[in-house]
Design a protein. Structure first.
Length: 73
């Protein structure tokens, strides 16, 4: 049964293809699922970095910030 979820075609190098293929065999998952999980992990990482950058900018401009050690007293 075809899925109703959006699809994405990605061109990868032979090396990346082989890595995804090996992971798929080892974990007993389809290559598509492995690729999706790797993309989700990468997106999570980038979201964390972006949120960290935003926090640092806000800390520099906010007059209401307190030092980290004082926040936990």
């Amino acid at each position: 049964m075809p899925t109703q979820k959006p699809r994405l075609n990605v061109v990868v190098t032979d090396e990346i293809y082989k890595i995804i293929e090996q992971l798929s065999i080892r974990e007993g998952k389809s290559m598509s699922v492995i690729a999706k999980e790797l993309l989700e992990d990468a997106i999570d990482k980038h979201e964390d970095l972006l949120l960290s950058e935003l926090t640092q900018k806000r800390e520099k401009t906010s007059k209401k910030t307190i030092p980290h050690d004082k926040a936990w007293e």
